[in-house]
Design a protein around this ligand. Structure first.
Ligand code: ACO
Length: 327
């Protein structure tokens, strides 16, 4: 059996910056509240007409360039998004068209913030078994279009962006995906959801009036679950690989909130200097959060050859997980 190699990564965020100061002119909030509760200073927002597949196109091109992979070499494209550009077809189809990746089979997965790690795990199965040679996994989100700009407890948290990775087979042990661990608990779906807009709960004037077509979240409960779930996913990944915290060189947690990240670090006794954090610049970009952070950590030289990288993710569903990479 082959091993799955991360051949290249890329990321892209829209140019437009929305600072906490900007938000304080939209809702009743201020920089002090947002920064002290979340660690977020600013986030990015798409320009008029800029879409999720546009962001994905730019992050994919960077990942493909780093992986020395041409569009027609791609066998599969997996797009992780909870903010699809259209209800039909999948955003992956729009991305395929932009990339002209004519030999790929393409589809979306919706596992909210955990989508990229689920995508890595799916791609890993095809590559290890030599069913596919080149797979592009992309997380892309336009969160600013699904936020309730009257709800100060949610609209300050999220931002737009995209990250991508190209995966392929190897016999070596460099940049290898060692393992992925996926978990879900659908019984808590109601703590973070968009209640209306599906075929079971259609858009009605009443639903619009209640803001049910936008993100609704019970923040405190989500906070608790996120810390608990990501901590345990990390422990399971380490245990299965027979590793301990000191063996890990870089920890890349889902960039939702720095308080969640530090609570996990405290629980696991993870040294803060080994944690990669960029939530201050982008807020929570949901399915794009992990691949953007991974790409920035690689390009900033924080992840070096020989490093062991631990990834932890958590999102609506709830769905969560972890991944271990030997760089
Ligand atoms: N500005 C000012 N005040 C605010 C704001 C704001 N933006 N938002 C809420 N408040 C107020 C509340 O109205 C409340 O006021 P009250 O006491 O007068 O009623 C007060 O601040 C405290 O509100 P809490 O909800 O108790 O604040 P808390 O300390 O729990 O922080 C937060 C809220 C930041 C949302 C926190 O619960 C959290 O981080 N939760 C996790 C959310 C998250 O990260 N979700 C995504 C993870 S999963 C995924 O990525 C999909």
């Amino acid at each position: 059996m082959k091993k799955t190699k991360i051949l290249g990564t890329g990321s892209y965020v829209p140019k437009k910056v929305l600072t906490n100061e900007d938000l304080s002119r939209i809702v009743d909030t201020d920089n002090e509240w947002i920064y002290s509760r979340t660690g977020i200073k600013e986030r990015r927002m798409v320009a008029e007409g800029e879409t999720g597949s546009d962001l994905a196109y730019h992050s994919s091109l960077k990942a493909m360039e780093a992986a020395h992979t041409a569009a027609d070499q791609l066998d599969m494209i997996i797009v992780a998004t909870l903010t699809p550009e259209k209800r039909l077809p999948a955003t992956a189809c729009l991305l395929q068209d932009k990339l002209k990746a004519k030999n790929a089979c393409v589809y979306d997965i919706n596992v909210a913030c955990s989508g990229f790690v689920y995508g890595l795990s799916i791609a890993d199965q095809y590559i290890k078994t030599e069913s596919m040679n080149r797979i592009l996994v992309v997380g892309t989100e336009v969160m600013t279009k699904i936020l309730n700009w009257k709800d100060r407890s949610t609209c300050v948290l999220f931002g737009d962006g995209s990250g991508a990775a190209v995966l392929g087979p190897t016999d070596q042990s460099e940049r290898v995906l060692l393992s992925t661990h996926l978990f879900s608990n659908g019984s808590l779906y109601h703590l973070l959801e968009i209640p209306a807009g599906g075929t079971g709960t259609e858009w009605t004037p009443d639903a619009f009036e209640r803001g049910d077509h936008l993100v609704k979240m019970k923040g405190k409960e989500v906070f608790r679950e996120a810390v608990e779930s990501m901590s345990s996913a990390c422990e399971i990944a380490l245990q299965k690989a027979n590793l301990t915290i000191p063996d890990i060189d870089v920890f890349i947690p889902h960039q939702a909130n720095s308080r969640i990240i530090y609570a996990i670090a405290k629980r696991l006794h993870f040294p803060e200097e080994k944690i990669f954090i960029n939530v201050d610049k982008y807020g929570n970009t949901s399915g794009a959060s992990i691949p953007i952070a991974l790409d920035e950590a690689v390009r900033q030289g924080k992840i070096k050859s020989g490093h062991k990288v631990l990834i932890a993710t958590f999102g609506a569903g709830f769905a969560w997980g972890s991944a271990l990479i030997q760089w």
